[in-house]
Design a protein around this ligand. Structure first.
Ligand SMILES: [Zn+2]
Length: 310
């Protein structure tokens, strides 16, 4: 089953096998078995060309950061990447952008609004950074129809409860717009990653619809605790349960039953195109958890459809 192969054993380090025919076949059969007309992928990256190239350069040099190569499986032109997702049967996805410095977010938001306008199956995405102008441009993004925000705590290197973000969280909480937050300490920890700072944020804004990226890995247990405490908190499956992630910090077997209990708050995400294995493998990684077809349908489509009112 080549399409479901991760980065394990068969390939020399630094290479990756993505057999596009097997990829398509596996995903089609997966959807047919579940009776899913489409998949909703809450965690995909589309961004301005030169920013994407910088992200790819970062992963190309990821060896020293993560201790192992990170070959990008879907390094293609934007239009090819869009076609690939559509061929997989992905009916809705995001364009997660995130700033690493001040005075960048508003520009990214303009780009993402334009991208969503010309890409009807992309959920209009926006972002922010702790800076005095954040309240204004976030309100502007909400008024313009943003349906999801993204923040990256390790790349941005800020505390999610930074006082400069008070007006931002208040506005987003009132508007009930989901925020996908990369707050876990993988693949590299930051000063403000891990469950503590996010718990502080939720303590102050308990009605936020946070989507914790990567299931909060590697601190899976602590982020499941948070999701249990805050009923509007979601977890995205991005990269979790794959051979690539399991080789580093495996998801705790003892926590598997909690995935079933929280089954209406698990959202499929892929990190497409920046993944070091095939898209089919990300779905296979969920399938092999053996949580059942109802659970898979909810995770790969229904939960996100409810959350985004689709
Ligand atoms: Zn990502």
């Amino acid at each position: 089953m080549c399409g479901t192969t991760g980065d394990g054993g068969d390939h020399p380090s630094g290479s990756v096998s993505v057999d596009s025919v097997d990829d398509l076949t596996y995903i089609r059969q997966f959807r047919e078995r579940l009776g899913l007309e489409g998949i909703i992928d809450v965690h995909t990256h589309f961004m301005p060309e030169r920013v994407m190239r910088k992200v790819w350069a970062y992963f190309d040099s990821a060896g020293p950061l993560t201790g192992r190569p990170w070959p990008i499986a879907y390094r293609e032109d934007e239009q090819v990447r869009l076609k690939t997702l559509r061929d997989f049967g992905v009916r809705a996805f995001t364009s997660l952008v995130y700033p690493h410095k001040p005075e960048m977010a508003a520009w990214l938001n303009d780009w993402a609004a334009d991208f969503a306008a010309r890409t009807p199956d992309c959920l209009h995405t926006a972002t922010f950074y702790p800076e005095p102008s954040a309240g204004n441009y976030v309100r502007k993004a909400i008024d313009a129809g943003a349906r999801i925000f993204k923040v990256h705590i390790q790349v941005g290197a800020f505390h999610p409860a930074d006082p400069l973000l008070d007006p931002v969280w208040a506005a987003i909480s009132d508007a009930e717009i989901p925020v996908l937050i990369h707050c876990g300490s993988g693949p590299a920890p930051g000063q403000f990653t891990g469950p503590g700072p996010t718990a502080e944020l939720l303590h102050r804004f308990p009605r936020l619809r946070l989507i914790v990226a990567h299931m909060g890995g590697p601190d899976y247990t602590e982020f499941l605790d948070l999701a249990e405490r805050y009923p509007r908190t979601y977890l995205d499956t991005t990269m979790s349960f794959t051979d690539f992630s399991e080789a580093e910090v495996p998801f705790p077997i003892a926590d598997l039953p909690r995935l079933r209990t929280l089954g209406n708050r698990i959202l499929f995400g892929s990190d497409f195109p920046n993944i070091p294995y095939s898209y089919a493998h990300a779905l296979y990684a969920l399938d092999r958890l053996d949580l059942g077809d109802d659970w898979l349908r909810a995770a790969c489509h229904d939960n996100a459809a409810d959350l985004f009112g689709m």
